[in-house]
Write a protein that binds this ligand. Structure first.
Ligand code: HEM
Length: 493
């Protein structure tokens, strides 16, 4: 009996995916192109992603390289996507927000309810109006420097304690805890005390709910079975959503003190739309706070985790960052860090090689258009692969996979396509929080490296990127230790 079941499962998978492929491929006939459509059977993708445990972005890069970075079609579950791999076509798509609308149809209705109508996913005038109100909140992020520094100190202190006791630091967990503390304080004036909770090995119900919804918003069974999975039986998702909602409404309704003079939420509440004179409604504030949780901390946490890996993996690069810091910075402030060119180049290279958002969010054209010779009909889903563009050898050269911050020097950057580096997206929908995140990263790295060096537990360890919802983060097994600097200068804990 068991043998029959074991044999039947792969047969059913092959038959189902082939049917999906044929169905999706028949829909592709309406895409007209002079070049052959490069499409791949979903099993090829699944086998690499699930059996070889590769992130889908790495799978997409491999396929794109085999086909000279041409635009191609891929299938995932019942959906097909056109994938763009070059900066010029990316520019065309990202500049034209009227045609290339954000698409969230792959989310289940439960996830849809959680997300609401927010700046990340809305389109047209709804998006414009929200962005107008939110933009001012993100001007002058230097006001958050103190908050970033105080959360950093608390985190480094926790890292030292963990190192003393357990000898190795679970980097992804700790960076996620810290970036959530920072976001809570700077964006909403709310103290999660997440790093402390983690240190005390306690759990935080809000954080548990958040992780549950993130992990279950887009899952493979849901993609395979379309919307069916979301009909009955997603009670756990609903209850996690309502936990999040309760806290979010509480934060909106209760005035709080933050170490920043004005939080992002304060400014969003105070700003009225210059065109309509209307403030943002409480429901829209709630929807955008959900999105800031999603967009605003796991992303920076991935970037910092990767940074701790690349510093440890390439000691000569770590030494250059340290030297520049020692030569130029006595006190860590937004202003003192601004002049650090090598630190900026390091952060850029880190985001190039390991972009936390590997693909821009799916676009769904509202009208027919032509991209890269493909005549795309209205409604044909499309994505730009940030990861592939960041590793495109035609742009970055044969050493595209190597970690080399110098490629961002003024000299080497000359003539490079402006859309060749776009970890924060580009065009009118570019990340609202990019300067917020960059300053947060700089302050954490500067403070840490003034006092410690990052070191791998196993020098041969090679970090594998893994999926966190639609983000890309380091594998959960990534650990480092901190080595106190005997030669430290200036800033201390
Ligand atoms: C390393 C950190 C970050 C990365 C890599 C990142 C990446 C991105 C990308 C690629 C987009 C564009 C998506 C698209 O066009 O499909 C985006 C949009 C957005 N990001 Fe970020 N992000 C980061 C940090 C943040 C932070 C800290 C916040 C808020 C505190 C934030 C808030 C947003 C918002 C609200 C949007 C939507 C903008 C719009 O559609 O108008 N992000 N981000």
């Amino acid at each position: 009996m068991w043998i029959e079941i074991i044999v039947a499962i792969p047969v059913v998978i092959v038959v189902l995916t082939t049917l999906q492929y044929l169905l999706a491929a028949s829909r592709m006939k309406h895409i007209k192109t002079k070049q052959p459509i490069l499409s791949q059977h979903p099993l090829r993708c699944y086998s690499e992603v699930f059996l070889q445990r590769k992130h889908f972005a790495e799978h997409q890069l491999k396929f794109a390289r085999q086909h000279n970075y041409q635009t191609y079609v891929t299938y995932f579950g019942p959906f097909n996507f056109v994938i763009v791999n070059n900066p010029e076509s990316a520019k065309k798509v990202l500049l034209n927000t009227k045609i290339y609308e954000k698409d969230k149809s792959i989310f289940t209705p439960h996830a849809d309810r959680l997300l609401g109508t927010n700046v990340l996913f809305s389109n047209g005038e709804e998006w414009n109006a929200q962005r107008r109100v939110m933009n001012p909140a993100f001007y002058n992020v230097d006001r958050f420097a103190e908050t970033f520094l105080s959360c950093t100190k608390n985190t480094v202190d926790a890292m030292v304690k963990i190192c003393d006791k357990e000898r190795e630091i679970d980097v992804p967990k700790l960076m996620t805890a810290m970036t959530l503390d920072i976001l809570g304080d700077a964006a909403f004036g709310y103290k999660f005390n997440n790093v402390t909770t983690l240190l005390e090995k306690k759990s935080n119900p809000f954080v548990d709910s958040y992780h549950y919804v993130m992990e279950n918003m887009i899952t493979v069974p849901k993609l395979l079975l379309g919307k069916l999975m979301s009909l009955p039986g997603d009670g756990k998702f609903e209850s996690a959503t309502s936990n999040l909602e309760t806290l979010i409404y509480d934060i909106i309704r209760t005035p709080r003190n933050s170490s920043a003079s004005q939080t992002l939420l304060d400014l969003m509440k105070d700003t009225v739309d210059e065109q309509t004179g209307a403030p943002m409604s409480e429901k829209r504030l709630r929807d955008n706070m959900v999105i800031m949780f999603i967009a605003g901390h796991d992303t920076t946490s991935s970037a910092l985790s990767y940074a701790l890996y690349t510093l440890a993996k390439y000691p000569e690069i770590q030494e250059k960052v340290i030297k520049e810091l020692d030569d130029n910075v006595d006190e860590i402030t937004a202003e003192s860090l601004e002049k650090l060119e090598y630190l900026s180049m390091f952060i850029k290279e880190n985001l190039r090689v390991y972009p936390p958002v590997p693909n821009i969010l799916t676009r769904n054209p509202a009208a027919d258009d032509v991209v890269d010779g493909f005549k795309l009909p209205k409604g044909q889903r499309l994505e730009v692969s940030i990861y592939t563009i960041h590793h495109n050898k035609e742009i970055w050269g044969d050493d595209a996979d190597e970690f080399r911050p110098e490629r961002f020097s003024e000299e080497e950057s000359k003539g490079r396509h402006p859309y060749a580096w776009m970890p924060f997206g580009m065009g009118p929908r570019k990340c609202l929080g990019n300067t917020f995140s960059l300053l947060e990263q700089k302050i954490f790295l500067a403070f840490l490296l003034k006092n410690y060096r990052s070191a791998l537990i196993d020098p041969n360890y090679v970090l594998q990127p893994t999926a966190i919802g639609f983000l890309m983060g380091p594998a959960a097994d990534f650990r480092i230790k901190l080595v106190p600097r005997q030669d430290k200068k200036g800033v201390t804990i």
